[in-house]
Design a protein around this ligand. Structure first.
Ligand code: ASP
Length: 330
């Protein structure tokens, strides 16, 4: 990273892999990450007025990005912002893009824009969306109106809050939504129309040591006690249950869940993907009230994958079961 303090507006583009930088080997079917992929050449024509600096952090498919990797992304961006970047862009695979954006929002104290983007179509595909997404992300990262934004997601000219955005389609270009809230803003005719900003502000977390495994199991019709019991004695830090509805499981699974909750933190969330895990509405066996009595921690507003990230970060920093419950309840 060069001395950027002397330049007027310089955006750092931190690449991590993903479809936006994947190519096919001659004669092979399917694309894979290409180290050293040139993301920037087309961007220089789109943004002749800006300094652009490419920092390749790694070139991975996003299912293999770890929380330690995300801490590295956060630390490298912090260093770049300290050195004078006006904002940062992270290029990333779309499969876990929402998780990295969410984790960055937990790890980064910055108020400068950190815009995470990617592509649904690879660079050589007809209608490749990577260059347009990247150009828009750079535009936001350099925009004075985006100061104070911190981590956000840019996709299809929409700017999304990192805790609301979700991938909702496995292949079509319009793959991200923040429903039912909607995006924070849009790019319209080359202008930034930013109508909302995240209000959730917390003391930043940090990966404090080894990140323990935290599996997520999903309830459905008649969650079997055996599924829960399979985790007894396993080397895991906690278990997240994606419950049905407001955070519910079958009545016959609750004894196994109670037993496991004596040994490790067990967190109940909702598989629905929108809305809080309930806390005082239902009182039958396997309901949220029953689970709370059995020592299960309520996941609050967080989706299962978000709760998993929060719990992993807290456990990596040696935090207690009570710290986890307190954090998830806010
Ligand atoms: N399909 C993915 C993408 O959009 C692959 C990945 O997530 O790395 O980049």
């Amino acid at each position: 990273m060069g001395d950027v303090a002397s330049m007027t507006r310089t955006v750092g583009i931190f690449s991590t892999g993903g479809t936006i930088a994947m190519t096919a080997q001659p004669g092979e079917q399917g694309v894979a990450p290409e180290a050293g992929f040139d993301l920037l050449s087309p961007m220089r024509a789109a943004h002749p007025d800006l300094g652009l600096e490419h920092i390749e952090l790694f070139a991975k498919p996003s299912a293999s990005v770890s929380l330690a990797d995300v801490q590295q992304i956060a630390d490298q961006i912090e260093a770049g912002l300290q050195a004078g970047f006006c904002g940062a862009v992270v290029t990333h695979g779309t499969d876990t893009l929402e998780e990295t954006a969410f984790a960055l929002s937990l790890l980064m104290p910055t108020s400068k824009p950190v815009v995470v983007t990617g592509a649904m179509r690879s660079p050589e595909a007809a209608g490749a969306d990577g260059p347009a997404n990247l150009a828009s992300a750079i535009f936001v990262a350099a925009n004075r109106e985006a100061e104070g934004l911190g981590p956000a997601v840019m996709f299809g000219d929409e700017i999304h809050a990192p805790h609301l955005v979700r991938k909702i389609h496995s292949s079509r270009p319009h793959a991200f939504t923040s429903d039912p809230f909607g995006p924070m803003g849009h790019i319209v005719e080359g202008r930034l129309d930013l109508q909302m900003r995240p209000t959730l502000v917390r003391k930043p977390l940090r990966v404090g040591g080894p990140v323990p495994p935290v599996p997520i199991i999903q309830a459905g019709l008649d969650l079997e006690p055996e599924t829960v019991a399979a985790f007894f004695g396993a080397e895991i830090g906690a278990l997240v249950i994606a419950g049905v509805g407001g955070g519910h499981v079958s009545s016959r699974a609750v004894d196994a869940i109670s037993d496991l909750a004596q040994a490790i933190p067990v967190i109940i969330t909702s598989r629905v993907g929108m809305g809080h895990t309930l806390s005082r509405s239902y009182a039958y066996g396997g309901s949220e009230i029953d689970l709370a009595r059995r020592g299960v921690i309520n996941g609050g507003r967080w989706r299962p994958a978000q709760a998993r990230i929060i719990v992993q970060l807290l456990l990596s920093a040696g935090k207690s079961r009570q710290d986890i419950a307190d954090w998830l309840s806010h």
